[in-house]
Design a protein around this ligand. Structure first.
Ligand code: FE
Ligand code: CA
Length: 523
C-alpha cells in the first residue's frame, strides 16, 4: 500500500523532522568531541577492532581512515556512553619501519564509536599503510592510496566496481579476489546491506525481521562486516561508496516507503539508516548533515585522467510511476517534471558535466540508464518503473546534455540489477542510426541472487529486443577497470558459485571504450 500524502505534506514534515533530529542527534557532539575530552582506555583484554579497517574518498592530499570500535567491548569496559580516544599511525611501508604521521581522534558514543580521521597533508598518488590503536591493542593494517594531483597526467589507473551483497544468499568470495588485486580505488554502487530476507536457498542468516531502528541497522552492518572477505577488500584499497535502496528500504523513493510506512515514519527510518551508513563507511560527512537528509553526491578527481560524479538516485526521486514494477505507461509516467536526481543534484551534475576538463567522466550511480525494451503477451511495451526507464524525460535531458556540452568520454556505472551488461547510451534508443553519446557498464552482484548462471531466458530476450545492449551475464563478481588516456578497459570478473566457499575467479568477457569514441566495443 502506498501512502496518499501530498508532496507538500512531505516537505513540511521533512523540515520539522530535520530540525528535531539535528537538535537531538550528534551535531554538537561531533564538533566538541573532535577537540574535546575523550576517554583514554589503556588496558584492554579483548580486541575492539573486530569490524576491521577501511579508507575512502581519496583526494591528492588526504584520505578518510575509518574504523569502528566493537560495542560489546566498549560496554564491557564501561565506555558504552563515552567518547573514546583512538590513535592512528601512517607509514609508507607495511612494516611501519618509519611512521610518517600519527594522530588521535575521538570516537563518539553517539556514533557507535565510529572513527573517521580525515588525514590531510599527504603526498599525491602515493600508497600508504595505516593502523589504529586503542590502549594496548593495535588493529590490522590497511592499505590506501591518495589521488594523483589535479594537474598530473597520470598514465594509468586501476579501479573495481561492485554492488549488491545479500549476506544470506552466499559468500563474499568475489571480495577475497578483489582484495588480492590491490586496486587504486574500489567503487561501491549500493545495496551494501539488505533490510530484509528474501529467496529460499539461504546459506547464512540475518537476525530478526525487516530492520527500522538505528540499532537494527547497526546490527545489520555488524553482520555484514563479520565476513572476512569484505573486511579484506576494505583493507586493500580506498573505497568511494554510494548507496542504493536496500540501505534503507526496497525501492523507497524520497520519503515514500515500499509498503506500510507513512512519510514521517520513513523519514525517521531514513535518519536511522543514513546515520548507520555513515558510522560504517569511510566517507566524509560535513557537520550538520545528520538526520533524514544526507547529501552524499560528490565529485572525486583523479588527475587529468578522470573525474567521478558520484550520484544518489534514491533520496531525491519522485515515487515510481504507475505503481512500480514492469508496467504499461500511464499518465504519471508521462509527466515531464518527474525526477530521479532532484533539482539540486541535477543542477550540480549538469554544471559539472559542462565544465569538466578530465579525459574521462565517470558517473557511479545505481539504476540502469539505457532503455530496456520488453513487451507483454499482447505485444505492448512494458517499462521498468524503478529504473531510468521510469523517468524517461529526465534521462533524455541528461543524454542530450552530455551531447550539447560535449562532456569528454562519459561512462555510466550501474549496479542494482544483479547481472553484467554493457550498453550504448543513445540519443534515441529506438533508432539504430541514432548518435551514441556515452557508455554504460553494469556490474553484477557480489552475492545477491545466489550462485547465478551465465545466461537466462530473461537475458536472451532482452538482448534480442535491445540492440544497444551488447552483453548479458548473470554470474556473481565484480568489474575490474584499467584506465589510460586512450582506453577504458573493463574486465568482467566472475565466480562460478558462492553458496560454498573457495570459488576461483576468471574474466568472463572484456569490453572497452576508446577515448573520443563513445560506446562499447569488444576488448
Ligand atoms: Fe540489489
Ligand atoms: Ca537495488
Amino acid at each position: 500500500m502506498r501512502s496518499n500524502w501530498s508532496r507538500r505534506d512531505f516537505l513540511t514534515v521533512n523540515a520539522h523532522l530535520a530540525t528535531a533530529l539535528l537538535g537531538s542527534l550528534a551535531l554538537g557532539g561531533i564538533s566538541t568531541l573532535a577537540h574535546g575530552a575523550a576517554r583514554r582506555l589503556t588496558r584492554l583484554s579483548t580486541d575492539p577492532f573486530t569490524l576491521g579497517v577501511a579508507s575512502g574518498d581519496p583526494t591528492p592530499d588526504s584520505v578518510v581512515l575509518w574504523t569502528r570500535l566493537d560495542q560489546h567491548v566498549m560496554r564491557d569496559l564501561g565506555a558504552g556512553d563515552q567518547a573514546v580516544q583512538v590513535d592512528y599511525e601512517i607509514s609508507e611501508s607495511p612494516n611501519f619501519s618509519r611512521i610518517i604521521r600519527k594522530g588521535s581522534i575521538a570516537a563518539p558514543a553517539e556514533l557507535g564509536h565510529s572513527a573517521h580521521a580525515d588525514v590531510r597533508g599527504l603526498d599525491p598518488d602515493r600508497v600508504y599503510f595505516y593502523r589504529w590503536q586503542v590502549g594496548n591493542v593495535t588493529s590490522s593494517i590497511g592499505r590506501t592510496k591518495t589521488a594523483p594531483s589535479a594537474s598530473s597526467s597520470n598514465e594509468s589507473f586501476r579501479l573495481a566496481f561492485a554492488s549488491c551483497q545479500q549476506y544470506e544468499h552466499g559468500y563474499f568470495t568475489a571480495y577475497k579476489h578483489m582484495a588480492e588485486e590491490e586496486f587504486d580505488l574500489v567503487i561501491h554502487l549500493g545495496d551494501y546491506i539488505y533490510e530484509r530476507s528474501w529467496g529460499d536457498n539461504l546459506v547464512r542468516h540475518h537476525e530478526g525481521p525487516e530492520i527500522r531502528t538505528l540499532q537494527d541497522y547497526r546490527n545489520r552492518y555488524n553482520t555484514y562486516k563479520s565476513d572476512p572477505d569484505i573486511r579484506a577488500a576494505h583493507a586493500s584499497a580506498p573505497w568511494a561508496v554510494t548507496w542504493d535502496d536496500h540501505e534503507v528500504d526496497n525501492n523507497y523513493a524520497g520519503d515514500v516507503a515500499e509498503d506500510d510506512q507513512t512519510p514521517e515514519q520513513l523519514l525517521r527510518r531514513r535518519a536511522n539508516a543514513y546515520q548507520a551508513y555513515y558510522e560504517f563507511m569511510p566517507i566524509r560527512l560535513p557537520v550538520g548533515r545528520q538526520g533524514p537528509d544526507m547529501p552524499i553526491y560528490r565529485r572525486l578527481r583523479f588527475g587529468s585522467l578522470m573525474e567521478m560524479h558520484v550520484l544518489d538516485t534514491r533520496q531525491y526521486r519522485n515515487d515510481q510511476a504507475c505503481g512500480d514494477g514492469r508496467k504499461l505507461s500511464c499518465e504519471e509516467h508521462q509527466n515531464p517534471a518527474r525526477t530521479v536526481l532532484g533539482q539540486a543534484q541535477k543542477k550540480w551534475l549538469f554544471d559539472g558535466l559542462a565544465t569538466t576538463d578530465a579525459i574521462w567522466n565517470v558517473l557511479p550511480q545505481q539504476i540502469m540508464m539505457a532503455k530496456l525494451r520488453g513487451v507483454n503477451e499482447a505485444g505492448e511495451q512494458l517499462w521498468p518503473m524503478d529504473l531510468w526507464d521510469g523517468y524517461p524525460y529526465e534521462r533524455q535531458e541528461l543524454l542530450e546534455h552530455l551531447d550539447t556540452v560535449s562532456t569528454p568520454n562519459p561512462i555510466v556505472l550501474t549496479g542494482d540489477i544483479h547481472a553484467n551488461w554493457v550498453a550504448d547510451l543513445k540519443l534515441d534508443f529506438d533508432l539504430s542510426t541514432s548518435k551514441v553519446v556515452g557508455s554504460e557498464y553494469i556490474g553484477t552482484s557480489i552475492s545477491s541472487g545466489g550462485d547465478g548462471q551465465d545466461m537466462t531466458d530473461y537475458g536472451r530476450n532482452l538482448l534480442l529486443n535491445n540492440p544497444h545492449v551488447k552483453f548479458y551475464n548473470a554470474n556473481r563478481g565484480y568489474v575490474a577497470v584499467t584506465l589510460t588516456p586512450d582506453l577504458w578497459r573493463a574486465d568482467y570478473k566472475v565466480v562460478p558459485y558462492i553458496t560454498t566457499q573457495g570459488a576461483p575467479i576468471s574474466i568472463r568477457k572484456t569490453y572497452v571504450t576508446e577515448a573520443g569514441r563513445p560506446g562499447i566495443e569488444e576488448g
